[in-house]
Design a protein around this ligand. Structure first.
Ligand code: NAD
Length: 348
């Protein structure tokens, strides 16, 4: 019976790789996220029980996507990672314990608490304060160049506010989520139905399909929005160094929350629900509060993201293969399970 876990791991690799391709490359998921998450969690559990079965090409070790060849490609100077997930409070506490053990501390930790926006991760690059390039996450290392499409999103500034060398350095990458507000999604699908065209499965799918259009005139009609949630590469001269931390420390605070406020002051939209929490004990109340507000929010979310606020602690904690150790997505219970996707057709 020793071959059983091995064959199941193989089967899970194949299934998850297939679903990743349908979701990230084709923007056409064929199973609900809850089913995907179950398979991924099964794989992670099997790999934990049987460490020899954890290969470097396992989907559990990779950031999901892949850049479409029809776009030019952008190599990220700093990788764009994913997030590890928890689904209940016990697992969130286990996450906090792991962090504290690693930091060898029993001190209270401040958290930057954010809604988990259900859209598409992008990296926006500003040089001398001017927007020059935007890229999707892709496989985390190489993404698609979607600069022209991002230019059509009205809330993304083409020039940063403030003064070069005082408020921001020569190169600033801002990362965040492009999403389609619920109202725009409904209008888009209403129109598609009237015209007897295909409809999108959900706002995330619609945002991804709209952003990865070869004709930016189509993107311009789609009413996309953006919230920033972190910095990417930051540098002081065109001669780009691999060690940007000195520039980061010169211009940006040692707090993730304060950094988001600085990014907002540069003119980029920040989600109004983001909060700085005084301790890990406040995370549960934040999760409950956002879950209660979920229906009233004008955009789709699928959980909260809780990030250790202190940047020097983030640095000490570092990263695993596909995600930072200092952040976790605390996801909401699945809304749709196995219903939504089957009867719906998609369009890119
Ligand atoms: P993820 O969506 O679980 O988490 C990482 C992403 O969260 C980031 O890349 C970023 O885009 C986003 N994010 C939103 N708000 C954020 C915030 N405040 N701070 C930081 N990041 C934030 O990870 P993923 O690797 O993009 O996708 C995995 C998930 O996608 C799965 O759990 C599943 O739900 C879904 N998926 C579904 C299928 C399917 O076939 N249905 C296939 C692949 C993936």
């Amino acid at each position: 019976m020793t071959t059983m876990p091995q064959s199941r791991v193989h089967e899970l690799h194949q299934l998850i790789n297939q679903y990743n391709h349908q979701y990230y490359v084709l923007d056409e998921p064929t199973v609900p996220d809850a089913e995907y998450d179950r398979l991924m969690n099964e794989l992670i559990a099997l790999e934990k029980e049987n460490p020899a079965l954890k290969s470097i090409d396992s989907p559990s070790q990779k950031v999901g996507g892949e850049a479409l060849k029809s776009f030019s490609q952008v190599t990220h100077q700093l990788p764009m990672l994913s997030l590890d997930n928890v689904f209940d409070l016990a697992d969130f506490h286990a996450f906090v314990k792991r962090i504290k053990d690693r930091l060898a501390t029993s001190n209270t930790l401040q958290f930057c608490a954010e809604p988990k926006l259900d859209g598409l991760a992008v990296s926006l690059r500003y040089e001398q304060g001017v927007f020059v390039q935007a890229a999707t996450r892709g496989d985390g290392t190489v993404g698609e160049n979607i600069t022209q499409n991002i230019r059509t999103i009205k809330s993304i500034p083409l020039k940063l506010q403030g003064e070069l060398g005082v408020d921001y350095p020569e190169i600033v990458e801002v990362r965040g989520e492009v999403f389609m507000p619920k109202a725009s999604f409904e209008q888009l699908n209403e129109l598609a139905k009237k015209r007897d065209e295909k409809v999108f499965a959900n706002p995330r799918n619609a945002a991804a399909g709209s952003l990865r259009q070869l004709d930016s005139k189509v993107t311009a009609k789609r009413n996309l929005a953006f919230y920033a949630y972190s910095l990417g590469f930051v540098g002081e001269s065109a001669i780009e160094t691999a060690e940007p931390s000195a520039v980061l420390e010169k211009f940006f605070a040692n707090s993730h929350y304060q950094r988001l406020c600085q990014i907002k002051a540069l003119g980029l939209p920040m989600c109004p629900e983001v909060k700085l929490l005084a301790s890990e004990d406040d995370c549960e109340a934040f999760y409950e509060d956002i879950l209660t507000k979920r229906e009233q929010l004008s955009y789709e979310i699928d959980g909260t993201v809780l990030k250790v606020d202190d940047i020097s602690l983030q640095k000490q904690l570092g990263f695993v293969a596909r995600a930072p150790r200092w952040a976790i997505a605390f996801k909401f219970p699945a809304q749709e399970e196995l219903t939504v996707v089957e009867d719906v057709e998609f369009q890119v």
